[in-house]
Ligand binder design. Structure first.
Ligand SMILES: [Zn+2]
Length: 387
């Protein structure tokens, strides 16, 4: 109904009314005054506004939300946590080659780098605001791998050399080191094996805690065991205390690391695919929410300083659980290689815009409860977050 026809409609209705309304009407035959006309318009406006309100509000006034987020700035205020550069950790694959800068085909835009290439690679990123990296060693030389993963803490190996170089060249950069054996073992599993092919938990924990201490002594700010052996957080913490470096080493536990099919591109990048079997007996089963909760509680008790959930996007409920169970610890989440490559592939296929999905997927990780995100999108975010 148009406004003018509404005014007309009300006049007709008034003229047909009886009782009090009729008593207020001018006597028949008198000419309608300007005041009468104004009064009709004002009543029509009030009637229209009441009609509109009753259409859009069914019940409570709290149903009206749009006013809170119509403006771009007001939309950012809806987030409990805003993505900032300092939340991002960038994964780096460090080879033992002399002059490597090799694109990883299944991980678009990501490289395997030798230590010699690190300075020139990191310089522009640090300039743009990169705050933290996590290092993965990629031994490529023949004969480097063995059953014990001896090369993991080789002082001349890629990780320890990279830690030393980064501390020297980029003292402002916070260095995390992944701690595991799978990149260095001939069998590609995350520990030392028994004859039957299963993990020997005690030997594995002994070895992995030694590796963690070696990285910390070389200057890593943070050691992050990803092996999923039982009890490794406690073992590492105790050794860090014994060595007198617990006060300057963050222990970030991959507490809830799920097995699954999202690690393919990483294994190509790190050369860490198991030569037989899989990791389902030590990484968590994708449906195992209760197990993840137990692992989180355990690692808090064993002395973890940060908890990590991995992968991220498919496990937002676990991130939320971690935030609830470990209220006083920072929660990290690793958006893993398969998540990153899927986003890239879908963007390439025209499903969505790459930047839009990079933000959407990362912001949902923050919404779930994480304040630290290990992300292959880090270099792009350093640009995007400036704009
Ligand atoms: Zn591993």
């Amino acid at each position: 109904m148009s406004f003018s026809s509404l005014v007309q409609d009300l006049s007709i209705r008034d003229s047909n009314n009886s009782g009090n309304a009729a008593a207020r009407r001018p006597p028949p035959g008198s000419i309608s005054t300007v005041d009468d006309r104004r009064s009709q318009i004002s009543r029509a406006m009030s009637y229209a506004s009441t009609t509109a309100t009753s259409v859009s509000i069914s019940g409570d006034i709290s149903s009206q939300l749009h006013g809170g987020y119509f403006h771009p700035l007001a939309r950012t205020w809806q987030a409990e946590r805003q993505l900032t550069k300092s939340m991002l950790i960038y994964p780096l694959f460090i080879t033992d080659g002399d002059d490597d800068m090799i694109l990883v085909p299944s991980l678009p835009g990501q490289h395997q780098l030798s230590v010699s290439r690190l300075t020139s690679f990191l310089e522009p990123l640090v300039h743009k605001g990169l705050r933290s990296v996590i290092l993965f060693g990629v031994p490529m030389k023949a004969g480097t791998k063995d059953a014990l993963g001896t090369a993991a803490d080789d002082p001349e190996g890629p990780v320890i050399q990279a830690i030393r170089l980064i501390r020297r060249r980029f003292p402002q950069l916070y260095i995390c080191t992944d701690v595991c054996l799978c990149e260095y073992t001939s069998h590609g599993h995350c520990g030392i094996l028994r004859d039957d092919g299963s993990l020997n938990n005690q030997l594995s924990v002994d070895r992995i805690s030694d590796v963690a201490v070696a990285y910390a002594k070389a200057g890593a700010h943070c050691v992050a065991p990803s092996d999923m052996n039982d009890g490794r957080i406690r073992a590492i913490k105790l050794k860090l205390i014994e060595e007198g470096i617990a006060h300057k080493t963050t222990l970030m536990s991959y507490s809830a690391k799920f097995s699954g099919c999202l690690y393919g591109p990483f294994r190509e990048a790190a050369g860490s695919a198991p030569s037989f079997g899989d990791r389902k007996c030590y990484q968590l089963p994708p449906s195992g929410r209760g197990l993840a909760r137990r692992a989180i509680i355990r690692d808090v008790g064993e002395g973890a300083d940060i908890l990590m959930v991995k992968p991220a996007g498919q496990y937002l409920d676990i991130i939320s659980d971690a935030k609830e169970l470990a209220k006083d610890l920072p929660i990290a989440a690793y958006q893993v290689s398969g998540e990153y490559s899927m986003i890239y592939a879908a963007a390439k296929a025209g499903v969505f815009d790459l930047k839009a999905m990079a933000f959407e997927s990362t912001e949902s990780i923050l919404r779930a409860g994480a304040t630290i995100v290990v992300s292959y999108f880090t270099p792009q975010f350093l640009d995007w977050l400036d704009n």
